[in-house]
Design a binder for this molecule. Structure first.
Ligand SMILES: C[S@@+](CC[C@H](N)C(=O)[O-])C[C@H]1O[C@@H](n2cnc3c(N)ncnc32)[C@H](O)[C@@H]1O
Length: 276
């Protein structure tokens, strides 16, 4: 095989793993956790919806904008945003056809079919024209990109000048890692089919090179996993026990060197050449 064929095959298998993970487990996520699939919530209330609305506020979405939700899950956050902002239209993108089918049900139940539309696509190659969107968000989905510079360039392509980008995600924390930290990080990546993680500082450079102006990049103070952990537990005959979600995903990785952050940026002008 040539080197190019090698890279293409590796990319395809990575994409396939992520798609298979979400195709297999999304029905269980919906059953156990509802329609927002995020590991951490902000300290603004106990429900995922409260966090989604706070992120709408922090991103400053409003009015008759077009929002791209890249890595949308089953569209819980997209519907919360559309309900909160009259006139907002959302295009939501996921790799998983199963998620897209579940998302259609969520959108129909919330009577948002005229304003929220889900697509199966890879966010590195979006099926939208240049400068389509005024607002873009990636909620715990940017971490799945094995090629962040390409992702940010593609987001810049479909963003109108002045558009807002909001990313909430986990990033590699700084410092020297011991063997336990390395092991926990590997377990976390394996469990969630994640590629290599990068520090927030590295993402800031990629964001700026792609033609975005960074407005805020900060650690999410008070972000917590209470909802996520609670979604893994049920009452059984013998009291509290793991449910289907917990049996598969309740893995303890306390030493994993990660931090939860938000990054807000504005599309400032033509993209510079993507690259590291
Ligand atoms: C942890 S879930 C987050 C879902 C959603 N943002 C939410 O808050 O409920 C990660 C999502 O990223 C999506 N994803 C991962 N890689 C992707 C890619 N290359 N293109 C499009 N979506 C992707 C997955 O399909 C999944 O929907």
């Amino acid at each position: 095989m040539t080197k190019t064929a090698d890279v293409t095959a590796l990319r395809a298998s990575r994409t396939h793993c992520v798609q298979a993970l979400y195709d297999t487990w999304s029905p269980v996520f919906v059953q156990c956790a509802g329609t927002t699939h995020q590991t951490v919530l902000l300290p603004v209330g106990v429900t995922p919806q409260a966090t989604n609305l706070e992120m709408v506020r922090r991103a400053g979405f409003g009015g008759a904008q077009r929002l791209l939700d890249a890595g949308c899950g089953v569209c819980g956050p997209a519907c919360d945003a559309a309900n909160a902002v009259p006139g907002l239209r959302v295009d939501a993108v996921t790799l998983s056809p199963v998620q897209a089918e579940l998302a259609k049900q969520v959108i129909e139940r919330q009577r948002l079919t005229d304003r929220v539309c889900v697509h199966v696509a890879d966010y590195h190659q979006l099926p939208f024209a240049d400068q389509t969107f005024d607002a873009l968000w990636l909620l715990e989905s940017a971490c799945y990109s094995p090629r962040p510079a390409q992702l940010l360039g593609e987001l810049a392509r479909v963003a109108a000048v002045g558009a807002t980008l909001y990313i909430k995600d986990l990033f590699l924390a700084g410092g020297d890692f011991g063997p336990q930290a390395v092991r926990d990080l590997q377990r976390l990546r394996h469990l969630w089919a994640l590629p290599r993680l990068w520090p927030l500082a590295r993402w800031i450079r990629w964001v700026e090179r792609a033609g975005w102006q960074v407005c805020d990049a900060s650690v999410l103070q008070g972000a917590n996993t209470d909802w996520y952990t609670g979604a893994m537990i049920e009452f059984g005959a013998n009291g509290l026990q793991w449910n289907d979600f917990g049996r598969q995903f309740a893995v303890h990785t306390p030493a994993a060197p990660i931090e939860w952050c938000q990054l807000v940026a504005r599309r400032s002008g033509p993209a510079r050449r993507a690259g590291r």
